[in-house]
Design a protein around this ligand. Structure first.
Ligand SMILES: Nc1nc2c(c(=O)[nH]1)N[C@H]1C(S)=C(S)[C@@H](COP(=O)(O)O)O[C@H]1N2
Ligand SMILES: [Mo]
Length: 456
């Protein structure tokens, strides 16, 4: 009987399921060379990594990247010490920066030529590990640039259908009790190149990198609403930012009262200007546009305001000509970050397939991977912590035989929602879509190990 061949193992058991016979590890878990996820634990396993195509050609004839076994002989007798061991190192710095050798790891900017502050900058997902996005690589989306706000002059006003309108400056807000949460943030327009009739060839970050993950800290908005005292007619709040776009959106009361945070900190430090300094709204699991940056006003109201960003934009035209509106939650989604477009496999070996999964509805329950285009699936290992509305890292071991194959990942969240195949999403939503694309992503690996985006 094949260990773990069925979907019976719960992801909570994860990688901690204890020692297992080595032979089991190499048992296939699905077609196309997918190994049981406990193969990831085997010490002697040669695990290769797909390399960016630019590096892939650098060392012709090299065997697959050294695995755990091969990396232990560093201090062989007679090995000369490197030059940086012979001079004192650099002095301290006031604020740390990445190594200059990592200069190529940057956001991809797609901005309006005539208005460079209008556009997006994408997180290079293929270059990152774990679940947290370094703040300097968090995606950005601005409609009219980053305002240069003097925090001493910034105010947040809570008004409209409240008993007592309130005004906060930054100092006052900083004295309130706070809450921290690790959360993904995803633009409703992320991955929208997936609606294109032909599969567009771009790195995973340039395609899907309008999602990032941070620890956000701030004042639970419910506290401030309690203090203001809600008029019983209040059912929506209209949030507005202090940028030159004066972005405004409507949010249902329950989300504002029970879930939203007025964030002042991101990843432990005060917000950076591009992410809303000195304060922004964070609405866990909901599309980026609701997370109003440079928050200056929250007006409680009976109705939504029907702003541009909830009528002309951020709605989805259906095949029947009607549009979905107020589709706030980002649905279950996953993608393989390696191997992915632009990378190259270095010959037959066992590779780690790795990627990210998330859902605006809660925790990720399961991620399955396929190496045969979706004919068979194996369960990937979820790396803890698996938090609600947060990115979750998954990993799977894959023995590549050198044959062409198609890699896919499919996430299921704790509500039981399953990420759809692209054909199913298109059948349901048509091709007029622009927002909320969450279909399964397929990467074709050819006999040379090159990886391309396909619809399969
Ligand atoms: N005031 C204001 N808030 C805003 C925006 C904006 O242009 N102005 N863009 C929104 C959109 S569409 C997204 S996806 C997120 C992006 O947040 P980030 O730049 O911190 O990643 O901010 C939202 N909040
Ligand atoms: Mo967005």
């Amino acid at each position: 009987m094949l260990a773990g061949a069925g979907p019976s193992l719960e992801p909570e058991q994860g990688l901690q399921s204890g020692p297992t016979p080595a032979a089991d590890a190499f048992q296939p878990a699905a077609g196309g060379g997918l190994l049981h996820r406990r193969a990831l634990l085997q010490r002697g396993l040669i695990l290769a990594a797909a390399l960016p195509a630019s590096q892939a050609g650098a060392a012709p004839g090299m065997p697959p990247a050294a695995g755990v076994e091969g990396s232990t002989g560093l201090l062989a007798a007679g090995e000369p010490s490197p030059p940086w061991m012979h001079v004192p190192g650099q002095p301290f710095s006031l604020y740390g920066q990445p190594s200059t050798h990592e200069r190529a790891v940057v956001r991809r900017i797609a901005a309006n030529r005539h208005l460079p502050g209008n556009g997006s900058a994408f997180t290079p997902l293929e270059d990152l590990e774990g679940i947290l996005t370094p703040t300097g690589l968090h995606f950005e989306r601005h409609h009219n640039g980053v305002p240069q706000i003097n925090p001493l002059q910034h105010r947040l006003v809570i008004h409209g259908l409240v008993k007592q309108p309130l005004m906060f400056d930054v100092e006052r807000l900083l004295r309130y009790p706070m809450r921290s949460q690790l959360l993904f943030l995803e633009c409703g327009g992320n991955s929208n190149a997936g609606w294109h009739p032909e599969p567009i060839q771009r790195s995973v970050g340039s395609f899907h990198g309008l999602v990032s993950c941070s620890e956000w800290t701030g004042v639970p908005l419910g506290l401030l609403l309690d203090e203001a005292g809600l008029d019983p007619r209040a059912a929506w709040g209209i949030a507005e930012g202090a940028d030159a776009f004066a972005m405004n959106v409507s949010l249902p009361l329950a989300r504002l009262r029970d879930e939203a945070i007025v964030a002042l900190f991101q990843n432990g430090e005060r917000l950076r200007p591009e992410h809303g300094y000195p304060m922004r709204l964070i609405v866990p699991g909901c599309e980026g546009v609701l997370n109003v940056k440079w928050l200056r006003s929250l007006q409680m109201n009976e109705q939504p305001v029907m702003s541009r960003n909830e009528t002309a934009k951020y709605t989805e035209l259906q095949p029947d000509g009607r549009a979905r509106q107020f589709t706030h939650v980002m649905e279950v989604k996953s993608l393989i970050t390696s191997p992915s477009h632009g990378q190259r496999l270095q010959g037959q070996a066992v590779y780690e397939i790795k990627g990210l999964a998330w859902s605006g509805r809660g925790r990720i329950r399961r991620v399955e991977v396929s190496a045969d285009g979706g004919r068979s699936w194996a369960e990937a290992a979820l790396e803890g912590p698996v938090l609600p509305r947060c990115l979750t890292r998954f990993r799977a071991a894959w023995q590549w035989s050198g044959q062409p194959g198609v890699l896919k990942s499919r996430a299921t969240d704790e509500t039981g929602a399953v990420q759809p195949e692209r054909a199913a999403l298109v059948a349901q939503r048509g091709l007029n879509g622009y927002f909320h694309y969450n279909a399964i992503v397929a990467w074709a690996v050819d006999a040379e190990g090159a990886v391309a985006h396909v619809y399969a």
